[in-house]
Design a protein around this ligand. Structure first.
Ligand code: DX5
Ligand code: ZN
Length: 215
């Protein structure tokens, strides 16, 4: 499979979100990554459902929503109605992860499980077959512009092995600190989807940066 790139809109210009999305519509970006933070699970607050809904009106690519919130199960239908195509929840926030993934799929979205840097891949053993994708956090969630944690590479490799051993088609998404320096090793470790915020939006030419990341 060709590597997908999902720009994280957390690093976009919120005063000109419309023009950033138009730019992404014309780029080779595959999905739009939307980071939802509640100030409780992570020490930051980003944006919520009305903003996702507004983005979905002009976005021409799937909305990949990353929930960094407690009680994600309460908001599944709301994010579906707002236009999400992929909904990912942190394993650390879900008391009943199996039920949560089933509800996401029943609502008509792809279901993802997100792992914080400290959470072992082995915790996925009994649940991975219920997920469409696993999102490995390569920084501690909450902020854009942080440094990639090198140990993430080993986690991606272990996850890839688990997926092959179980004969699954689960996608591997990696989020945090991705740039042109580490993207090749992240992809060769097994990543299918690269999330990138600051490396795209701080680039002089974001469209060109997306092109390079895809290569
Ligand atoms: C962090 C978010 C990321 C973030 C990535 O909590 O989940 O999606 O926006 O930004 P960069 O690419 O700047 O690390
Ligand atoms: Zn994210």
């Amino acid at each position: 499979m060709k590597t997908l790139v999902a720009p994280s809109l957390l690093s976009a210009n919120f005063l000109n979100l419309g023009s950033d999305i138009e730019m992404l519509n014309k780029s080779e970006a595959d999905w739009y990554h939307l980071d939802i933070m509640d100030g409780t699970f992570v020490p930051n607050i980003s944006f919520g459902i009305p903003v996702v809904k507004a983005i979905s009106k002009i976005a021409q690519k799937p909305l990949d929503v990353h929930l960094m919130i407690v009680h994600p199960d309460r908001y599944i239908d709301a994010f579906k109605d707002a236009g999400a195509s992929i909904l990912s929840v942190h394993i650390e926030t879900c008391q009943h992860l199996h039920r949560c993934l089933q509800s996401i799929k029943k609502a008509g979205m792809k279901a993802g499980i997100v792992l914080n840097p400290h959470t072992a891949i082995s915790s996925l053993e009994d649940i991975i077959s219920d997920a469409d994708l696993v999102l490995i956090m390569s920084v501690n969630p909450g902020f854009g512009g942080q440094q990639f944690i090198p140990h993430s590479l080993q986690k991606i490799e272990i996850l890839k092995e688990m997926i092959l051993r179980k004969n699954l088609s689960t996608l591997i998404e990696v989020d945090g600190g991705i740039d042109l320096n580490n993207a090749p090793s992240v992809v060769s470790a097994g990543a299918d989807i690269l999330v990138a915020g600051s490396s795209i939006f701080k680039a002089e030419n974001p469209v060109e940066m997306i092109h390079f990341l895809k290569k």
